[in-house]
Design a protein around this ligand. Sequence first.
Ligand SMILES: Nc1ncnc2c1ncn2[C@@H]1O[C@H](COP(=O)(O)OP(=O)(O)OP(=O)(O)O)[C@@H](O)[C@H]1O
Length: 294
Amino acid sequence: MNVIEINNLTKNYGKERGIIDVSFNVEEKEIFGFIGPNGAGKSTTLRTLLALIYPTSGSAKIFGKDCIKYGPEIKKEIGYLPSEVFYYDKMKVIDLLKYSASFYKKDCSKRISELADAMDLNLNKKIDDLSFGNKKKVGIVQGLLHEPKLIILDEPTSGLDPLMQQKFFELLQEENKKGATILFSSHILGEVQRMCNRVAIIKEGRIIQLEKISALQENNYKKIRVQTTVKLDENYFNIDGVSNLVVSQNMISFLFKGNINTIMKKISEIEIINVWVEEPDLEEIFLHFYEKGA
Ligand SMILES: Nc1ncnc2c1ncn2[C@@H]1O[C@H](COP(=O)(O)OP(=O)(O)OP(=O)(O)O)[C@@H](O)[C@H]1O
């Protein structure tokens, strides 16, 4: 079952490009990554899902219901962490969280203290006195305190130190095990690689790739390095599926997409000293997309 269904969602900010024809689904209990560089359109997509902005065209459904028409009803089951958090600075953390909890028809106090303990957040401080990272933690607790069925996070780890990032990911994994579906945006590929089952890559407002993390790494590209006895003509590997070719002395490296036999035959026809075939990490795959203008 799809918890989120996005169909040809387009948002123009006047003449400015926001997002163009964005479509993807997030299945129940999935941890789904949404990656792209600054300005690609991640926040615009997520804000539209939360009915904070209206699409120019296209539509999206959450729990099978139109996200704009049924916005208020749907939002009760969603935990949202925006990329930037702003608060009434004079309030104490606990008062702010109690206020947030008052919007839901359940007692969230136990969960608030559990989350604050897990994130090492002092509930009795004034918001004003918190560092950026601690304000982010308030946002995290605020987003999770009502045990939502769907968690939407916009660049959640920015401002958290590595130890806190780790704790935060453990928290998310626990929520996921309990049944929550998670959609989070990031430009940090390592965390997406570690956390997510599937990923959508967005570039200049358009989705350019939608794939299982495992497929993205295993099936699509191989990172190949060949050590030859003599310096090879760089056109030798100028065949379909080869990209990012670098020749230096008697070492040649490139990314290969396609039938592995094709490239192995080509390699077997030259005198080699060694060959390495590796899976590229997401960072390399991602860079490849951007360089090639895919
Ligand atoms: N309120 C706005 N008015 C005009 N243009 C906007 C507005 N908000 C976003 N944009 C434009 O829409 C595009 C997508 O921006 P968006 O914030 O969704 O990207 P992002 O992937 O979330 O990037 P970041 O990580 O920097 O937040 C950008 O070109 C941006 O300049």
